[in-house]
Design a protein around this ligand. Sequence first.
Ligand SMILES: [Zn+2]
Length: 248
Amino acid sequence: MNVAAAALVLAPALALGSFLNVVVARVPARRSLLRPPSSCGSCSQEILWRDNIPVLSYLLLKGRCRHCEAPIPIFYPLVEFVAAALIVACVAVFGPTSEAALAAGFCAVLVTLSAIDVQLRIVPNRIVVPAAAVALVVHTAIAPSAEWLLAALAAAGFLFAVVLVYPKGLGMGDVKLALLLGAVLGASVSVALMLGLFAALVPAVVLVSRHGTDARKMGVPLVPFLALGAVVTLFLGEWILDAYLGLF
Ligand SMILES: [Zn+2]
């Protein structure tokens, strides 16, 4: 564990989490990331810097806008907290290394794509395609191997086959996400996909049991589950794979 390094990245990680909220709110709508400054979704009053401190401001304001007292969606501090926690965990586990930087960037993208998928049911090309390309180039540079490219193609190919069989369950956005997962996780992407698809079955089964055949129309956003499988694999992948192979 690299506690000192992890403590150092906490504040920048929270700031990045805050920026991810801007990405989530603006990139799908094709708005500028820089202008205008953040404002309240209810009264449009510009948010002061002291009311824009990640997580802390939400707690101090008790989840309400300083001006109009409209509730601030819990989504914002949640994105900040989860992103920061994952980034700090990457540095704590992998140390101050280029692997940790790759893993932290990976987690930041996964949080962003999950938040967008939950709200809008889309996976923006403008995020997932460059993220997959950068991850592939960086990982190949850090640890030269064909594994990252092959795993990216295999993971995307596998989900593409699932799309062909079951087009209602997932879409091409999930296939592009699989490219990113494979580029970072390598061979253990198989573990991530299995965990993610299995985790997504739980809400799907709950929906069907509650709403019967209507549940088929509701669908479940898949990205958060694939992201969950990917994060668990990122930290525990080798251990899971060893345990699994140890069964035989
Ligand atoms: Zn307001």
